[in-house]
Design a protein around this ligand. Sequence first.
Ligand code: ADP
Length: 862
Amino acid sequence: MSSVSPIQIPSRLPLLLTNEGVLLPGSTIRTSVDSARNLQLVRSRLLKGTTLQSTILGVIPNTPDPASDAQDLPPLHRIGTAALAIQVVGSNWPKPHYTLLITGLCRFQIIQVLKEKPYPVAEVEQLDRLEEFPNTCTTREELGELSEQFYKYAVQLVEMLDMSVPAVAKLRRLLDSLPRETLPDILTSIIRTSNKEKLQILDAVSLEERFKMTIPLLVRQIEGLKLLQKTRKHKQDDDKRIIAIRPSRRITHIPGSLEDEDEDEDHDDIIMLEKKIRTSSMPEQAHKICVKEIKRKLNPDLLHSRLKKMPQSMPEYALTRNYLELMVELPWNKSTTDRLDIRAARILLDNDHYAMEKLKKRVLEYLAVRQLKNNLKGPILCFVGPPGVGKTSVGRSVAKTLGREFHRIALGGVCDQSDIRGHRRTYVGSMPGRIINGLKTVGVNNPVFLLDEVDKLGKSLQGDPAAALLEVLDPEQNHNFTDHYLNVAFDLSQVLFIATANTTATIPPALLDRMEIIQVPGYTQEEKIEIAHRHLIPKQLEQHGLTPQQIQIPQVTTLAIITRYTREAGVRSLDRKLGAICRAVAVKVAEGQHKEAKLDHSDMTEGEGCREHILEDVKPESINDTADLALPPEMPILIDFHALKDILGPPMYEMEVSQRLSQPGVAIGLVWTPLGGEIMFVEASRMDGEGQLTLTGQLGDVMKESAHLAISWLRSNAKKYQLTNAFGSFDLLDNTDIHLHFPAGAVTKDGPSAGVTIVTCLASLFSGRLVRSDVAMTGEITLRGLVLPVGGIKDKVLAAHRAGLKRIIIPQRNEKDLEEIPGNVRQELSFVTASCLDEVLNAAFDGGFTVKTIPGLLNSKL
Ligand code: ADP
């Protein structure tokens, strides 16, 4: 127990002046240092020193205002604690400061202050013997009694605690193994004592006095603990009894172990958390789980074990705490009140969105049924259409009409079912799924959730997210939705789900089954112009801080943007282009007006003045010297074609149709893609060979079969249409190879609807006649030459219209689909409905493609 020679502390000690907390020998505290004197001490003594001695400081408690940088040293407490600095952590935020971890060694008394600056140094006298018992018989006897008494109380106190906690067990062992003279200091640090009491213990230099003073503190603690246990018994919460013996904010430790100053704070948090759980409106089952968790994981015993630095318990602690916080935050019973007024909803939808009549009608029906029936059971609406046609935006409007919160959950690329259903709480970093997270974000249990891009859900080894979505969307099941992280059912039946997708082809059938598909087709040019002028331009002007008095975009310009700078079914690129124009104009407005102010106006007509704004190169650096004079423009900046070219660059899409159709063997087909309708050139060429058919352009199996069908039909009808190969033979593949190419080779294409186009293209190749340059077609073919209906007619027709084509050949059975096409588009196009290939060919070639008697040829055959 006793060492051979007592340890001596240096006789000159630098003094660390502290105000809050009292460090007693044998305990460890963390203290923050930010006064000039203390900072100096840390910098020049602790950080620069290289010897063990330089890590020993004299800690003087109870210094009035140690942070004061006044010249004079404040009056110092006479007795201090020599301490060993174990760790120094520095930070510059919010102001420069260090955090020191120091362990008390022994008491000392200041004999004389040797210097005051830059930090005080004093000559000191050591008061405690380090490590040794007083060995005179009398003291030992006298103290023997006192220390025995003290020891008994200490054991009683420790045994009142939960001995299964390792820290408590260790403390119990330490009571036996440590020199008894050190026990008063250590126990004073652990039990609940005020700073004043600690200071008294520090000042009690004689051991006898120290024991005498600490015993009442121990007794008080024991009594308090007894009382606490008695009252807590009723509350079945007795596992928190250790709170009673926690000291104030500064936590002191048994020698050799580090401390954690956050403990008390955690404690308060947990009590708050517990209170919140009690008062929260969560269902009973969830409540039970929370109570269980808080007992099992966050009970103070475990906290106590944290003090002993059980690193393995830390992540679990944080995990449980996050879990409980989420449970408390979730809107179990909180909801917004629906204000459903169909008339107002109609007005709002109309105000926010131009066109899309079918979609708006269906949404209103859906809302009306809800109003009458007052429940949400029914199919989930799924808006399917190309990007930028306003699917998300309608979803947002629905939330607005209902007065509900709106939350968008992007599902594109999600391939792990935990994304939907959460991760099990078995590892650090586990979290709830997007549904529960969304609910936490909106804070109510009846939001509108927009499940964006359900067609882009992936699949992986981590499970199928679509399967998890099934449960979410099924009205029969979703009142009991169990997130893996939450592990308790949450009622999703009040949530209004709306899904969006670009195509139904990739939506898993089971999911598709639960949804009502509403097609949102692309817009016509006229619709786009209206949308641009009613919605997009005003929005962009506002975003860029411009007013209609500063910029004018005439309709012809909008049309030019639509036709020459964008090729899309929706209006997203259009919106971006309008944004680019607004940005450029904003620069002009900022710089141009100043120029005008400086320039002599006399040599400019008004119109030229406008042009001047646009045609000048945008030179941001020139703003610098002009910014101070940004005056409002007198004339709006007019965006004409020149301005457009200047801002957006040369047109990206030119009318290339007629150019490409200038030789035989080219025809225009119409295809449907998830991004809307497109026109597609089909090219064919023939060469000497052995009757091979080569197909390029990344075609799917169905498309390859269409090509074979087309060739077979043409071969079998070659005579009828007088089609010959290069050698004049009706056997078209005789010594001839055919190559069919579908441009945009990087894009995979499939589907039967190119059949008629392939036939027309090959008929052109073998007849040497040009296909009409203004005709596009779509339709599936059969081996016997019939034309079968196909899908996506509206999008295809709009694409043909966009491309400036005039005649469109569609299968006869698709005639009914023409009703969906806006009147103005229909007026500008002529439609040919075909039931057999003969009609297709007749419509595709100028002057028809009927059987012609070419005397020369016929003669040679006769
Ligand atoms: P999607 O979800 O279909 O990809 P968004 O809803 O994101 O498309 O729409 C893109 C932008 O186009 C939004 O700013 C939206 O307001 C606007 N928009 C699309 N369609 C219309 C419309 N019919 N009327 C007004 N604005 C529209």
